[in-house]
Ligand binder design. Sequence first.
Ligand code: SF4
Ligand code: SF4
Length: 413
Amino acid sequence: MPTPVVVARRRCHTAGVTGSSFHVLVKPTGAICNLDCAYCFFLEKEHLYPGSTFRMDDAVIEAYLRQVIDAEASDRVVVSWQGGEPTLAPKDFYRRAAAIAADLLPPGKRIEWTMQTNGTRLDDEWCDLFLEHGYLIGLSLDGPREVHDVHRVDKRGEPTFDRVMEAAALLRRRGVEFNVLTTVNAANGDRGREVYRFLRDEVGTRYVQFIPIVERVGPDGRTGMQVGTEVTDRSVTGEQWGRFLIEVFDEWAAHDVGEVFVMLFDWTLASWMGLDNPACIFRPTCGDAVALEHNGDLYSCDHFVEPEYLLGNLMETPLGELVASDRQREFGERKQTSLPQYCLDCEVRFACNGECPKNRFVLTPDGEEGLNYLCAGYKAFFTHVDAPMRAMAGLLREGRPASDVMAMPGGFA
Ligand code: SF4
Ligand code: SF4
């Protein structure tokens, strides 16, 4: 069976893109960050650990690496550092982690290191470290200056666009593999084609991941927790999300299939090919993408780092046991069992599966709870791409490259 367009080893840096038995987002500095991005859902999590130094110590690193290597059934162990901002941990932290892993790795297993960073602290020495260990870097960049700087500011409220573009240039110059993670929010949501062209032509990235900002406001007015049915005005709307994806898709399908890799399109193609979807959000169930805090606490998902979803601490219970626990299994199965009838009857459910439970807080047209806030966008997008996805899936099944779709009579743009 040919693989989808995506190169299998490319990984995304948000919750739940697997290819391994399970996926852990590791937070060596907890929620601590040097920036103050307006929409960040994680900065709030600092309050879960009052008085903490927010540093993962060697005992936790060792326990985590030992347990993840033991528990991973495949020969490929992925270690994903995230934050907060993981470059706030000293470079020596990552050197020690690599040394510990080298001692623990049995023959035939290998580690793939990844890091999601805002890029503002990168320098040549970081690049040396990345190159030495074969890191794949995820760089956060929301598009051209005027949209990036709307929300991505530092602690003094200063814009960060120039620093992130310097980081992209540095990574390119040093030959460090990187992809770009772009959030889609109210500020860039109507500029899909322009954002995509900017990333492709001016940043020069060939790997892009878009994630929608859906920021709920709790009853106490706070954001960052999965409560409340109101969203901030920074959030993208469902319709806007659909239009954004369609604009990007049309540009990509006309010019860039096989050259630029937009992860959401690869995941979509996996659905049209009848393959297991690599992304948790589009699978019927989830629960195999967990988040590890600096002190060893393990949570059900990066989007549910909340006391109610604390599975335990890996210094007390092994990671594999926590991931396989009844509690976590129920968490993952609820994705499927909580779908409203409207989704069960939906023509594109095979691709969408109600997307992520964190976004399911609106009513269906007939008043049932639990519809995804982004539903209108997903329906529009999946319907729009049906013909080209069928065509690409057909090409791949014949052993031809999906990029042949661009030469088909009439094209698909
Ligand atoms: S709740 Fe489930 S679908 Fe959503 S990000 Fe977490 S693991 Fe993925
Ligand atoms: S498109 Fe809407 S109705 Fe269909 S599965 Fe997704 S969320 Fe449910």
